[in-house]
Design a protein. Structure first.
Length: 469
């Protein structure tokens, strides 16, 4: 086969556990199909659905699976290659052989799934499916289940969503090994950025060097690389700026292994040999916040509380520079910190870089007693729930000076009891800083995944000085 899988026992056991979590009916898990860029035969690089990968591991397009909760039967639906296909793509094992490799003995042609679902519905059986995110799968579900396209999401199975999340949230040893590999490659990507960047280069030249490391690692990037001197824009995918002495490069990038487990890290470094004095001050606040957040990671603590402590630390750090004022806890409770820290502290990570985000943040990152906030800034916290051993997550504090936000809040005199706008005006050209690493929660605390990337000011400046000497 052209793809790696875990042992068949791994997938058999995952499906066995899933069957115990729902009472009856059928589970329908959809794989992905090829997605055309601009005409049918010119497709984006194929990416299998992560939930399908988790339970079946087959990394080819055009598959779907049924798990019958009443009979226990498991069926994979697919279409065998014709000679016309093989001429262009090369041979592959049969669907039956691939299914057998992950413990499924029954396979049928993809066209037969329509009849199976129709008969199941006629018998009044529940069809459990996850929220689709691709339009072609939405259309298939609409047709198979006789649901208007705009109502498909209203019929997703919350019980299936919660069952899948309960399994995928706790990473197995084989998954941790894959994630470690992804993060090690991710570390290489960031080290490459630090060592390759030179004043006068275009951002896309550095981004190309970063992407190369992902390919050299045997996989690909886990999301579109953010590499920019405009670090105040949280998800900035533009790479056309020329980097100049006195600026900083923010690189948020990750690798994905060939089994699609992700890494996600962020580093920020000076274009020149050293940070400016202002940059050093802000960078140290972010680094101190990062280290304190990591120290707080342990089972039983809510990630929301780790986030709130991080917000207070950022506020107090900026207070030492006369940018903020007043009581940090009060300021954070009211949302004043979101002038500088608009995003969350981190997210789950695994088969997706934002793991299981397609299943809904309210289910993945929150619980019945820890609800997602609607407050600006805090509403962007993807993970708030209590941490458990086996969770894999990112820790990524940052400080961002966004001119448009500064101007708007200043005009509104918003949080003027906590923000020194006269002083803040001097930072409108600063950009932003983020530091991000990946961790697994252990029984007593946390463990860094992959190798560490230099992040102290001395370490970062030593690399830049060596590169530019």
């Amino acid at each position: 086969m052209h793809f790696r899988t875990f042992s068949s026992a791994t997938y058999i056991n995952r499906r066995k556990v899933l069957k115990t979590k729902l009472p009856s009916g059928i589970i329908l898990l959809l794989g992905n199909h090829e997605a055309p860029m601009n005409y049918k035969d010119n497709t984006y690089q194929f990416r299998q659905d992560s939930n399908f990968l988790y339970y079946f591991g087959l990394d080819i397009s055009g598959l779907a699976a049924i798990i019958d909760l009443d009979s226990g039967e498991e069926i994979i639906y697919g279409t065998e290659l014709t000679i016309d296909d093989i001429v262009w793509t090369g041979p592959l094992p049969s669907v039956q052989d691939m299914a057998a490799s992950i413990g499924v003995t029954v396979t049928k042609d993809f066209s037969e799934i329509t009849e199976f679902i129709s008969k199941s519905r006629q018998k009044g059986r529940s069809v459990h499916f996850l929220a689709p995110y691709r339009h072609d799968n939405i259309a298939r579900l609409s047709y198979w289940l006789d649901i208007p396209i705009h109502e498909v999401h209203n019929h997703t199975s919350v019980s299936l969503i919660k069952s899948v999340i309960s399994q995928r949230s706790i990473k197995e040893a084989c998954e941790i090994e894959e994630i470690n590999n992804a993060v090690n490659t991710t570390a290489n990507m960031h080290t490459a950025a630090m060592k390759f960047a030179r004043p006068g280069m275009k951002e896309y030249e550095i981004a190309a060097a970063v992407h190369q490391e992902a390919l050299k690692g045997g996989g690909n990037i886990s999301f579109s690389t953010i590499l920019t001197v405009k670090g105040e824009t949280l998800h900035n995918h533009f790479h056309g700026n020329t980097i100049k002495e006195g600026q900083m490069v923010l690189c948020d990038a990750g690798a994905e292994t060939d089994m699609h487990y992700a890494g996600d890290m962020t580093c920020t470094f000076p274009v020149g040999k050293k940070f400016t004095s202002r940059q050093r001050e802000i960078y140290q606040i972010v680094l101190d916040t990062h280290e304190k957040a990591v120290f707080n990671l342990k089972p039983g603590i809510s990630y929301k509380s780790v986030y709130l402590h991080a917000c207070e630390n950022i506020f107090n750090g900026l207070k030492s520079l006369n940018i903020t004022k007043g009581d940090a806890a009060e300021a954070v409770a009211l949302g004043a910190h979101a002038m500088f820290f608009q995003c969350g502290l981190g997210h789950m990570m695994g088969l997706d870089v934002h793991d299981m985000e397609d299943l809904g943040e309210q289910y993945v990152g929150y619980t019945d007693h820890i609800k997602k906030s609607t407050q600006f800034g805090m509403k962007s916290l993807r993970l708030g729930r209590e941490l458990e051993p086996g969770f894999v997550l990112t820790v990524e504090p940052g400080i961002y000076f966004i001119p448009t936000l500064i101007d708007m809040w200043r005009a509104e005199r918003k949080f003027s009891d906590f923000i020194n706008y006269e002083r803040l005006e001097l930072y409108k050209d600063f950009s932003g800083i983020r530091i991000e690493e990946d961790f697994v929660i252990t029984t007593s605390g946390s463990q860094l995944l992959g190798r560490s990337v230099p992040k102290s000011i001395a370490e970062v400046e030593a690399i830049r000085a060596d590169v530019l000497s």
